[in-house]
Design a protein around this ligand. Structure first.
Ligand code: ADP
Ligand code: MG
Length: 562
């Protein structure tokens, strides 16, 4: 048997393929399973047009076998298989993807609608050399009489020879590398590890992925003792919930999926399931949690949605899919037309992601607006948990996103105990009122007691109570709502008085000039001026800020780092 050599450049290329393109060694399993799934899809596709090929859908599966003693992992499929020539072409040529050719050739075939070939770069297979120092591929093409074995230790080249195999399909055997100080390859011989990796990356492969699992069960013969039971188990869920029709999914199914996938104990407040076709075609399944995630307010919290391509996990937290003000949203996006990076761990360009992100942003906003309209109580619950985030969203990016958000934010006000939106406030405004009044403080109760409130309320005007640090910042970004300016009743010149009243006041100030000057001298630099005002009702004095920044904003700004 003659050993064939990779060309010099190919060697380097292969070395790069193996050692440089992937960040996570563990994705080797995802790649092998994806290939097995593709091979199975191809067989199924062929069986639809070729009567001589039988593919019983129920018997199509992918198997994983672990052998600790020999340090091997086997991934087997009963798919289309490869001939000797195909083994050479597909596994001996770097970046040759037969799967991509297949997809292109059959793009217009109606039968191909049912299948989802994953491969495209022709390099995934080699990722197995990250964890194995030798790989054997035994394969028999469907309808062929002979089987062949491809064998390689990596950059040194490969051999192909005839061998025995009963039925069509492919068995790939990885001989795992020895552990090193930094790398634990033995973990891939553990059932739980493989189970975890299948769940993580390949849960929605549409064929069952089967592995022998051992379980400790009570010994039926001896009480109090346990025996090990070994059974084949299907490791993947196969059907992506988000691909099902909305009307076929029960609320519990949505909720269970959420709790299991995103490790929450409580049902979500809102489920958003959307299928989008157009500039970008994708399915999205998103959730708004009912409780803030444990680490939500910590630096460690990472926003993002899971990103799938044809049911295979590409990124666990794609942060570009969510704006910061929706960082609490959990969920996933699945799209067949993503421009994947060759490692399939990231995206090559973010154009599609931007389109998807925009659509998602719009969708979440409209779903929240719907909830606000149809289920006020629920919305207020949501707002108590995550509302501050939305207000920061109004403030951030110079209010770029304010349009969708400004109607989603709420405040307490002098109009009863509940929350009010800006729209509701404006609807209640008196004809004579052209300004939206607000006051800042630690709590609605404290604000209500402010001396300045009296005068404004006496005029019959409602006051928004700003109790969140961000409130006033957000409002300043908004500039106005529905053409109505905002005024801080403790700072701004409210101009509530008539001309006659103004004149009387200025006369009073003139008359009391000496007294006011004395007071100012006593207070020194603590205040910039002392004035008589007609803003106060039963109160004697109040403090007032001048200029752009209010007392509350100054407090927040002084606490900010830097
Ligand atoms: P890709 O999947 O992107 O095409 P890979 O390096 O993963 O690239 O695989 C290269 C090619 O090898 C595939 O296109 C396919 O033709 C072939 N191949 C790999 N694994 C199998 C398998 N289990 N059964 C049949 N063909 C396979
Ligand atoms: Mg592949």
């Amino acid at each position: 048997m003659r050993k064939k050599q990779f060309k010099a450049e190919s060697k380097k290329l292969l070395d790069m393929m193996i050692n440089s393109i992937y960040t996570h060694k563990e994705i080797f399993l995802r790649e092998l399973i994806s290939n097995a799934s593709d091979a199975t899809d191809k067989l199924y596709f062929k069986s639809l047009t070729d009567d001589s090929i039988k593919a019983d859908k129920d018997s199509l599966k992918i198997r994983i076998d672990l052998d600790k003693e020999n340090r091997t992992i086997k991934v087997s499929d009963n798919g289309i298989g490869m001939s000797a020539e195909e083994l050479e072409n597909n596994l001996g040529t770097i970046a040759k993807s037969d799967s991509l050719d297949f997809k292109k050739e059959n793009a217009d075939d109606d039968n191909a609608k049912d299948i989802e070939v994953i491969g495209q770069f022709g390099v995934g297979f080699y990722s197995a050399f990250m964890v194995a120092d030798k790989i054997e591929v035994v394969s028999k093409a469907v309808g062929a009489d002979v089987a062949n074995k491809w064998s390689s230790t990596g950059v040194d080249g490969y051999t192909v020879e005839e061998c025995e195999k009963d039925s069509n399909g492919t068995v790939i055997t990885l001989y795992l590398k020895e552990d090193t100080e930094n790398e634990n390859y033995s973990q891939y011989l553990e059932q739980y590890k493989i189970q975890e990796l299948v769940k993580k990356y390949s849960d929605y492969i549409r064929y069952p992925i089967v592995m022998e699992m051992s379980k400790e069960v009570p010994d039926p013969e001896k009480e109090g003792e346990y025996i090990t039971e070994v059974n084949d188990e299907v490791l993947n869920s196969q059907i992506p919930l988000w691909r099902k029709n909305k009307n076929e999914i029960k609320p519990e199914e949505y909720n269970d999926f959420y709790k299991q996938k995103f490790y929450d104990y409580a049902d979500p407040t809102l489920v958003i399931h959307s299928k989008v076709e157009g500039q970008a075609t994708f399915d999205a399944l998103m959730y708004i949690p009912s409780v803030a995630p444990m680490d939500f307010y910590s630096k460690n919290y990472e926003k993002g949605l899971q990103l799938y391509s044809n049911g295979v996990l590409i990124m666990d937290k794609c942060s570009d899919l969510l704006p910061d003000y929706f960082s609490f949203v959990k969920g996933l996006v699945d799209s067949a037309d993503l421009n994947l990076n060759i490692s399939r761990e990231t995206l090559q360009q973010d154009h599609q992601v931007r389109i998807i992100a925009k659509a998602i942003d719009k969708k979440i906003k409209s779903e929240l607006a719907k909830m606000l309209k149809n289920d006020r109580e629920k919305y207020e619950g949501f707002f108590k948990t995550f509302g501050t985030n939305l207000k920061w969203g109004v403030y951030a990016d110079y209010g770029m996103h304010k349009d969708g958000l400004k109607d989603l934010i709420m405040f307490k006000s002098s109009n009863g105990d509940g929350y009010t939106t800006l729209k509701e406030y404006v609807e209640r405004m008196a004809d004579s009122q052209d300004t939206i009044y607000y006051a800042c403080g630690d709590s609605a109760e404290k604000i209500a007691l402010l001396p300045q409130c009296e005068g404004v309320k006496a005029k019959g005007y409602e006051i928004l109570y700003f109790t969140d640090e961000v409130d006033e910042f957000a409002i300043q970004m908004l500039m106005d709502y529905d053409g109505k300016k905002f005024a801080n009743i403790c700072k701004d010149d409210l101009d509530l008085s008539t001309d006659a009243e103004k004149e009387a006041l200025s006369k009073k100030n003139e008359d009391a000039k000496e007294l006011l000057e004395k007071m100012k001298n006593i207070l020194g630099d603590e205040v910039s001026s002392v004035k008589l005002t007609d803003k106060l009702g039963s109160h004697a004095v109040c403090l007032s800020a001048e200029g752009y920044v209010s007392l509350e904003m100054a407090k927040v700004l002084s606490q900010m780092p830097g």
